[in-house]
Each structure stands twice: as structure tokens, then as C-alpha cells.
Design a protein around this ligand. Structure first.
Ligand code: GAP
Length: 461
């Protein structure tokens, strides 16, 4: 079963490349580890995921406010948040012969040892006692903390003066704007601020396709509550997260919740649940995180900046709210959506691969084609239908390559829910009762129906 699943993941990665979903970053120069580029269909799927998320968590709620903060932020933000310290480090070991670097906890895991919560000294002891070597069979260096933030410089300054970091989470952009949103929008408690954007982590060992990369996108919410309400609000948001995963089409049996043990919590968290997905060939691993961040961030920013990060209730004293944080990585969501959708079956006597994507996520809602591309009347009518549908849905494909059977297979493989074909019946040249009707072919069943052009938009909705 494991090898079948590994095989499935390989097939998905290959489909992603072949059909324009995901390409290796900087590929023509041999690539750059931990970076991936989204092709035409990948960016469409990505945008659909982001749009649906925004619709559900921001536009669909009265207690949520959107934000888009700068990626480059003042370095003091990361000092105050604790990211420059040991809390945002991974344990690093080197192969003493080759200089190759590895995440010590991953090496231990490969040797059947769970390093969760271990200190650097404990890791060294285990490596020593068990005689753990690098994958090349060489001795390993002592472990050390490796900070995952990418550094850069702003302006023409030298030394540490202009030092900045690329943000490793979008969350801090929200915290530093907490007061701005309070002052400009006068929200009522509890309320949240949501943001979608890029985040960067200098992962020691980027791996497993989009799972662990150095540049990725997050969709995050910081939800501000009174301290005494955090547990009640936690439960409400937890249900919303479950609903979001259902909306992505992920089945219940492939999702599970993992209560992160105390000794493995992030430096800011008092309670975290990881929502895990059952990735083929890998098993359950993190898809999204949901943390109770207490008042850690606002309190630290208030202390460091001297600006009051307080909410003033109608009655009573101003106070620093506590924070609940649902945090979603888009690359992992996209991978899970593709894994869930990837299906192989047989239609008639031919085998096919298709992506059973939910309609609201599919890169194309529908593909339109003339039965034959060398018959001007068919092409003209098909272009008319195409233009009407594109005005309605936006993401409509024009496909006139090869024969109709091949077009169906191609569209199946990228998850297009419907194919519309304009044929001689449409022109009234065969059965008159079929004039101005088209063939609509359903991706999942392979079944075809005749639908009047005048009813097509409604049908496809
Ligand atoms: N603001 C909280 C935060 O960033 P996190 O658990 O470190 O928490 C949240 O990250 C989500 O971001 C993860 O659940 C995952 O989906 C995604 N993510 C984190 N690091 C990633 C990486 N290196 N590559 C891809 N996705 C990543």
C-alpha cells in the first residue's frame, strides 16, 4: 500500500509539471532547492483557494477585517516577537567530511527516534550514544541552533544598521497593525484580522514537493478575544476550520486533529492543534495550525515599541486582548486538494486519470470546443458560446486540439468539470429538435447530455 501511495504522489508531481500546475523554481539553471513556480493552472487553482478562503473568512463574516502588510518589516518586529531568538531555530548538524547540513531531528526520526522537545545537548547525547552517522556514513558535527529567517539589507547601509528579515510568518504584519485597525475601523470584540501573503523560511532541509519549502504563502487570521473567552472562541474557530477543509473537498477520513504536546509548542503558544492531512506515501502530517498565542505578541510589541496595544471596552479599563490564530499554508492546501482529487478509473474500455476537483476550485469551470476545427460554422457558433460563458464564469477554456475523445481526456486530467461541444446538431443540420443545443459532458461520470444554449449558464452553475 505504501509503495502504491508513493507512486500516487510521484504521479501527481509529474502531472503538475506536465500540465502546467507547478514547475521547479529557476529550473533552466538547475533549480533552486525549496522554491517552486506555479504555472498557468497552478496559479488558477491557487487563486481559487485564496478567493474561497477570503469569501468564507473575511467577506462572509462581520467580525473579520482584511489586511495586506509589507513583507519587509523593521527588524525590531522580529526581536519583539521572539523570532530572532532560539524559539525560531531548528537543530542543525553537519556531515564532517562533506559539509552537508541536515536537520538533526529529521536524522533522528529516520533512525526511529522521536526528537520532539529535545534540547541541543540531548540531541548530541543521542547521536553519540546511538552512533548515528550522516546518510553518507560519515560522522556528524555537534548540533547547533540554526535561525530560519532570511536576512537582507535595506538601502546602502553597511553592517547591521540596515538589516531586515523577510517575514517568516504573515502574522506579525497583523500584530503591528492592530492599533491602526482599531483606530480606523472601531471593531467590536471579539474580532479578527486576516491576511494572505508570502512568507519565507530558510529551511535546512526543504523537501517533499510543496510541503516544506523556503518561500510559500500563508492565509492567517489573528482573532482577538478577552482572555476569559479564549476557550469558547477556540471551539468556534475550530469548527470553522473543519468547515473550510470540507469546502476544499477534503474527506473526513483524510483529516485528523493533533494536539501538539506542551514540550513541542511554538515559543508563543499555550495550546496548538495541528490539522493534519493524510498525504499519499507520507501519511498524516501538518496541513494547517491553530494556536492560542495568548497576549504574547501584543504585549511584547507594546513593551518594545512603547505604543499601547489595548482595546478599550465600553465599560472598564483598556486591556491587551488574547489571540487565537488559524494559520493555513496554501502550498499544503493545494497539495492536499490535488491528492484528494487525483483519480484513476476506466471509462468504456479505456483507462483515464482525472482530477475530481470541486467546481469552485477547478482551474477551468468548463471547456468549449467545436466538434471539428476546420468547419467555420461550427467554430463560429462555438466562439459565440465560449464568449457568453466566459463573460459569466471567467475561467473557460477553448480547446480545439485533436479529436473530441482526446480533448475530454486532457480536460479530465486538469479537473475541468464540464466539456461543451458544438456539433452539427447545434446548427440544426441533423435532428431539427436539437437546433441550438450542445453536448455537455460530465467529467466524473463521462455521461453526456444535450442542453439548450439558452439554458447552459444555469445548467453549469
Ligand atoms: N503564524 C503561525 C505560523 O506561521 P506555522 O505552523 O509555523 O505557524 C503555519 O505555519 C502553516 O504554514 C503550516 O501549517 C503550513 O501549512 C505552512 N508552512 C509553514 N512552514 C512551511 C514551509 N516551510 N513550507 C510550506 N508551508 C509551510
Amino acid at each position: 500500500m505504501a509503495s502504491e501511495n508513493e507512486n500516487k504522489m510521484e504521479k501527481i508531481v509529474s502531472l503538475c509539471k506536465r500540465r502546467g500546475f507547478v514547475f521547479q523554481g529557476s529550473e533552466i539553471y538547475g533549480g533552486l532547492r525549496g522554491t517552486w513556480d506555479y504555472g498557468p493552472l497552478g496559479v488558477a487553482l491557487n487563486n481559487n483557494i485564496k478567493r474561497e478562503w477570503w469569501k468564507m473568512f473575511v467577506d462572509g463574516r462581520e467580525d473579520m477585517y482584511g489586511l495586506d502588510a509589507a513583507i519587509i518589516m523593521n527588524a525590531k518586529v522580529w526581536e519583539a516577537s521572539g523570532h530572532t531568538g532560539a524559539g525560531f531555530c531548528d537543530p542543525l548538524v553537519e556531515d564532517v567530511e562533506t559539509g552537508e547540513r541536515f536537520r538533526a531531528d529529521h536524522l533522528l526520526k529516520d533512525n526511529g527516534i522521536d526528537a520532539e522537545g529535545m534540547t541541543i545537548q540531548e540531541i548530541d547525547t543521542v547521536i553519540e550514544e546511538k552512533g548515528i552517522l550522516s546518510p553518507k556514513g560519515n560522522k556528524l558535527s555537534k548540533a547547533r541552533e540554526f535561525n530560519m529567517m532570511f536576512e537582507s539589507r535595506v538601502g546602502a547601509t553597511a553592517g547591521d544598521e540596515g538589516k531586515v528579515y523577510l517575514r517568516p510568518e504573515t502574522a506579525q504584519g497583523i500584530f503591528v497593525n492592530f492599533k491602526n485597525v482599531l483606530d480606523s475601523m472601531s471593531p467590536k470584540m471579539p474580532f479578527g484580522i486576516a491576511q494572505i501573503g508570502k512568507a519565507f523560511r530558510n529551511e535546512i532541509a526543504p523537501r517533499e514537493f510543496l510541503f516544506r519549502v523556503r518561500e510559500f504563502e500563508q492565509m492567517e487570521i489573528e482573532y482577538f478575544v478577552k482572555e476569559e473567552d479564549w476557550e469558547v472562541e477556540f471551539e468556534k474557530l475550530r469548527k470553522d476550520i473543519v468547515q473550510w477543509h470540507t469546502h476544499l473537498g477534503l474527506s473526513n477520513e483524510n483529516i485528523r486533529e493533533y494536539e501538539v504536546p506542551e514540550n513541542d509548542l511554538a515559543h508563543y503558544s499555550k495550546r496548538t492543534i495541528d490539522f493534519e492531512y493524510n498525504y499519499p506515501g507520507k501519511g498524516f502530517d501538518e496541513l494547517a495550525g491553530f494556536a492560542y498565542r495568548t497576549d504574547h505578541d501584543l504585549k511584547n510589541h507594546e513593551e518594545a515599541s512603547g505604543v499601547k496595544m489595548r482595546y478599550t471596552p465600553q465599560e472598564g479599563e483598556p486591556f491587551i486582548p488574547h489571540v487565537l490564530e488559524p494559520s493555513f499554508g496554501i502550498g499544503r492546501a493545494l497539495t492536499a486538494v490535488l491528492c484528494e482529487a487525483y483519480t484513476e478509473d476506466t471509462i468504456g474500455d479505456s483507462q483515464r486519470v482525472y482530477l475530481k476537483l470541486p467546481k469552485h476550485l477547478a482551474p477551468y469551470r468548463v471547456a468549449v470546443s467545436p466538434l471539428l476545427k476546420n468547419k467555420p460554422q461550427l467554430v463560429e457558433k462555438a466562439r459565440e458560446v465560449f464568449t457568453t460563458l466566459r463573460a459569466e464564469f471567467g475561467n473557460v477554456a477553448w480547446d480545439d486540439n485533436g479529436n473530441v475523445g482526446k480533448r475530454y481526456r486532457r480536460q479530465d486530467e486538469i479537473g475541468t468539470p464540464y466539456c461543451v461541444v458544438i456539433d452539427f446538431d447545434t446548427l440544426g443540420e441533423e435532428a431539427p429538435e436539437n437546433t441550438d443545443t450542445v453536448t455537455v459532458r460530465n467529467r466524473d461520470t463521462g455521461e453526456q447530455e444535450r442542453v439548450a444554449i439558452s439554458k447552459l449558464t444555469e445548467y453549469l452553475k
